[in-house]
Ligand binder design. Structure first.
Ligand SMILES: Cc1cc2nc3c(=O)[nH]c(=O)nc-3n(C[C@H](O)[C@H](O)[C@H](O)COP(=O)(O)O)c2cc1C
Length: 403
C-alpha cells in the first residue's frame, strides 16, 4: 500500500544494482554487516552456476543510516557488479561497439526474451535479458535485510527453508510445529536461532535432514542430464501480531499482498498460504482452525491450516507461505526456438546459468516477506521512529490482553 516503498534498478551485467527503501522509521539499528550477511546467503546454495563464484556481493550504503541507526530518510544502496570490467563494451551507455554478431536473437523458452523483445521492439534480446535476470534479486535482498532488522526489533522473525526440489520432498511428518499439519498443542517456544543454524548448515536449505540426500541427488541428476530443476520453499514469520492487513478492501488484504510479492520473484509460479491447495480437497472441519482461549495467552489455535491469515488479516499464528519455483529456463541442452532475425528454427540461446536456484530463491522469499510485513506493520502502527512504532505496538498488545 505504500507506507514502506521500495524500488530497484540495474542491469545484470551493468555497473551495478541500486535499491531504495523509503519509509523506514528512524532509530532502527542497521549495519553494513546485516546487509552483507543476507547478500552472502543469497549467493549460497547447491546448484549454483559459475557466476556466483565470480561475485561476492557488497552493498555500499549511500544514504539513510548514520551511527548504525536509520535516519528516517530513504535508504539508498549500490551493489557493484564485480564482472562489470568484462562487460564495459557490451553494456556501454554510449554506442562504442557494433554488437552485430554478438546480438542475441534466439529467445529462450520460459524466459522474458520473446515477450520482452516483441513488447519493447528490441532487436537485441540482451536488452530484455539484462533486466529480467534474477540478478535483480540481490537488490531486493539488501533492502529486505533492512526490513528484517526493523521486524526483529519488534519481535518478529522471518526465515525460509526448502521443502522440495523436483520430486524430492521434505516429509511433512518431520515438519516443524508451525506447519499446518504438524498436530500440536499451543505453539511451543521455538529456538529460531537453532532452526536457522540447521537451515544454514544444509546446502539445499532444508530442515528435513532425511530428505536432504534426495534433494542433492535431484540437483546432481539434473546437472548430469544438462537439465534444470525447480522446487518449493516455505517462508515462515513468527511473532506476528494479529490484525495486520484488512478484510475491508482487496488491496489491503495481507494474503493478497504476500502472494503478489512472492509471485514477483523471477520464476515463481505458485503461492500457497497455510494448507493452500490441500484445503480445497478437504471438508471444512479439517481445514479451519478451531478457536481456544487461555487467560495467560489469550486466543490461540491448535492447528495452523490458515497459515496465520484469516479474512486478509494476520491472526497471531505463524505466517506460513509456500512458493513454487519453475526450473531455470536457460538450459545447457537448449530447447527449440526461432531466430527472431531469420525466423528459422534454432536452438535457444545459452547463457552461463544455474542448475537449481531454489535454495537461493528461498532467501529472496524471506526478503520479500520481510518487506511486506514491515509495510503492514507501519500501516497499522505508524510512527516516525522505532520507539514510536514500539509504543504503538505495545499499547495494542496490551489492549488485546483485555479482549
Ligand atoms: C535466485 C534466482 C536465480 C536464478 N538464476 C537463473 C539462471 O541462472 N538462469 C536462468 O535462466 N534463470 C534463472 N532464474 C530464473 C529466471 O530469472 C526466470 O525464470 C525468468 O525471469 C522468467 O521467469 P518468469 O516467467 O517467472 O518471469 C533465477 C531465479 C532466481 C529467483
Amino acid at each position: 500500500m505504500g507506507n514502506l516503498r521500495w524500488l530497484t534498478a540495474g542491469e545484470s551485467h551493468g555497473p551495478g544494482l541500486v535499491g531504495i527503501l523509503e519509509g523506514m522509521p528512524a532509530g532502527v539499528p542497521l549495519t553494513a554487516e546485516d546487509i552483507r550477511r543476507d547478500l552472502s546467503r543469497r549467493q549460497q546454495g547447491y546448484g549454483r552456476g559459475r557466476r556466483q563464484e565470480i561475485e561476492s556481493d557488497e552493498a555500499e550504503i549511500l544514504s539513510g543510516i548514520r551511527d548504525g541507526l536509520t535516519l528516517g530518510s530513504p535508504i539508498a544502496l549500490l551493489i557493484r557488479n564485480r564482472d562489470w570490467e568484462n562487460w564495459r563494451e557490451i553494456m556501454a551507455v554510449d554506442q562504442v561497439a557494433d554488437h552485430g554478431r554478438r546480438r542475441l536473437t534466439r529467445p529462450r523458452p520460459g524466459h522474458a526474451d520473446l515477450s520482452g523483445g516483441l513488447k519493447y521492439g528490441h532487436q537485441d534480446l540482451r536488452n530484455v535479458l539484462e533486466r529480467s535476470s534474477a540478478r535483480e534479486t540481490a537488490a531486493r535482498v539488501a533492502l529486505g535485510a533492512a526490513a528484517r532488522r526493523f521486524l526483529e526489533e519488534l519481535g518478529i522473525q522471518v526465515f525460509a527453508h526448502v521443502t522440495a526440489i523436483g520430486d524430492a520432498a521434505a516429509d511433512p511428518e518431520r515438519m516443524a510445529p508451525w506447519h499446518p499439519e504438524a498436530g500440536r498443542g499451543r505453539l511451543p517456544r521455538l529456538d529460531v536461532a537453532a532452526l536457522r543454524r540447521r537451515i544454514e548448515a544444509s546446502p539445499v536449505r532444508t530442515l528435513d535432514a532425511g530428505a536432504e540426500a534426495a534433494m542433492l541427488a535431484a540437483v546432481d541428476r539434473a546437472r548430469d542430464d544438462l537439465e534444470s530443476i525447480g522446487g518449493v520453499f516455505e517462508v515462515v514469520a513468527l511473532g506476528v501480531p494479529p490484525g495486520l492487513g484488512s478484510h475491508v478492501h482487496w488491496d489491503r488484504r495481507a494474503d493478497a499482498r504476500i502472494a503478489q510479492a512472492m509471485m514477483s520473484i523471477q520464476a515463481m509460479k505458485g503461492v500457497e498460504i497455510g494448507a493452500g491447495f490441500e484445503a480445497a480437497r478437504r471438508p471444512g472441519s479439517r481445514v479451519h482452525d478451531e478457536i481456544f482461549y487461555d487467560p495467560d495467552v489469550g486466543y490461540y489455535r491448535e492447528t495452523n491450516r490458515a497459515g496465520g491469515i484469516e479474512g486478509g488479516m494476520t491472526n497471531g499464528e505463524p505466517v506460513v507461505v509456500r512458493v513454487a519455483m519453475k526450473p531455470i529456463p536457460t538450459l545447457r541442452r537448449p530447447l527449440r526456438s526461432v531466430d527472431m532475425e531469420t525466423h528459422e528454427p534454432v536452438e535457444a540461446a545459452r547463457e552461463r546459468s544455474d542448475t537449481c536456484a531454489v535454495p537461493r530463491a528461498a532467501v529472496v522469499g524471506e526478503a520479500m516477506l520481510c518487506l511486506v510485513l514491515a509495510d503492514l506493520v507501519l500501516e497499522k502502527f505508524g510512527g516516525d521512529s522505532l520507539a514510536e512504532v514500539r509504543r504503538n505496538l505495545d499499547a495494542y498488545r496490551e489492549s488485546l490482553a483485555r479482549r
